[in-house]
Design a protein. Structure first.
Length: 246
């Protein structure tokens, strides 16, 4: 029965997840034959589930060495937090490396996003974001200078941007719109994130809006796909009521 097979695979996945949690990062799983016998499943069913967990970034299979528990991907739920706040919420220690900073004149597209006049001064910051010392994301942030007079790049070398905006400028971030798409990393980007060239990545673009309705930040972030995933809960809309019979 198809239902029985699906239930068996779901049960197997839960058993493997429990084993992954028990082993911890870097732990080695038993050989496939032993796992197949222990969980009483066919080798092909086991391999399919192991591949699924590998795609999800939970396992790493090394040729000739076995299957190992990889670093657990950070789960991103749909709430508005800075990178630093996200990592702290998950018990990780955030840090940043300021890769470059410069003042530029806003081009037409950037000015449109920030709702400023083209040519207006903008601060561009590029940062490497890390968790427990491990590279997680490459972030490029654009901030209107008129909205943040006196802001210096070194102020953002460490810590949370949102905390700094509130503390130093009285700007409270109320909401943001985000776009997420899959992409691959260039050789330079991959080197910064310590992954192979052309590795998969999540490109996240964000526009942050203050409580008074001003666009404060436009940011582009490249996240390692093996260490980051999104979880979104959605509700089904109520079906429209059929028209009443005449």
């Amino acid at each position: 029965m198809a239902t029985d097979r699906i239930h068996k695979r779901q049960q197997l996945k839960q058993q493997l997840l429990a084993m992954i949690e028990a082993n911890g990062e870097g732990g080695r799983l038993p050989p496939e034959r032993e796992l197949s016998e222990r969980f009483e499943v066919a080798r092909e069913t086991l391999r399919r589930t192991l591949r699924e967990l590998e795609v999800e970034g939970l396992l790493e299979r090394k040729q000739g060495a076995g299957t190992f528990v990889s670093g657990q991907p950070v789960l991103k739920q749909p709430q508005l937090l800075s990178f630093s706040e996200e990592m702290q919420e998950r018990g990780l220690t955030p840090s940043s490396e300021l890769l470059s900073s410069r003042r530029i004149a806003a081009g037409a597209k950037l000015a449109q996003r920030l709702k400023i006049v083209p040519g207006s001064p903008v601060l561009e910051l590029k940062r490497l974001r890390m968790a427990n010392g491990e590279p997680m994301a490459l972030e490029t942030v654009y901030l209107s200078q008129a909205l943040l007079p006196g802001l210096e790049p070194q102020d953002l070398a460490r810590g949370s941007l949102y905390e700094l905006l509130e503390r130093q400028f009285g700007l409270q971030i109320r909401s943001a719109s985000q776009q997420i798409q899959a992409t691959v990393l260039s050789e330079e980007e991959a080197q910064a994130l310590d992954v192979p060239p052309y590795s998969p990545s999540l490109l996240i673009e964000r526009l942050s809006v203050s409580a008074s309705g001003e666009i404060v930040e436009y940011a582009k972030s490249l996240y390692r796909a093996d260490r980051y995933r999104f979880e979104i809960q959605v509700l089904r809309a109520k079906p429209a009521m059929p028209p009443a019979a005449a």
